[in-house]
Design a protein. Sequence first.
Length: 239
Amino acid sequence: MTGHPTLRRFLRDKGSVFAAFILLVVVVGSLAGGPIASTLLHHDGSDLFPYSVNSNLRPVGPWTRVPALNSAQSLPDNSIAPPPKGTKRTLFILGADSEVGRDEFIRLLDGGKASLEIGLGGVIVALLVGVPLGALAGFFGRWLDAVISRVSEMVMAFPLILLLVLVSVRLRPTLEPIAIKHVMPPGVLEVALTIGLFTSFYPLRLVRAQMLTLRHAEFVEAERMIGASNWRIIVRHLL
């Protein structure tokens, strides 16, 4: 077996390979499953279906066929009467989420995609903010370190959920309309930015601690002796 030693060790562990396969299925299914399922089933997670085939108007269960959207919308007042013969039907793989009749399976996939986008976006924002600030604070120290450290400690002192609510209210009118159909639902960018900004102190403090340890290392002193700038040392050698 060829390849990196870490990859070889990983491939020898059947449990890790199986877990990676399951994770890959969840990620790919969440990111691409919603649009694919909507195309195949001819409806999406926001379409409403009256339960004309259910005698008590309760949500239908898994693998249930209900009147298709164009036929269901023509039924008067969500009537519980049986639909006419020959009415085109559509499949609910996991049933419906409530009496309004939304596809639970597609909504589950859409929710998974939004969760992954928020999580990944929040991590990217936290790294983009925290890593440079931590590097500057740890390498240069003095007043810059004091200012960045005090600001990060102030952010850490406040309850995160309260900050999320306050900032989201301010940013919502501007960021909530930003969306890309089938890629980024409304509100994802707002939540990802808010979480990323107010969790950036985690990578900030880790990078700062490493910079404090490494800024006087021998290889850093050697770089200074040959005339390397501080930015080159930070970017090319420390980060």
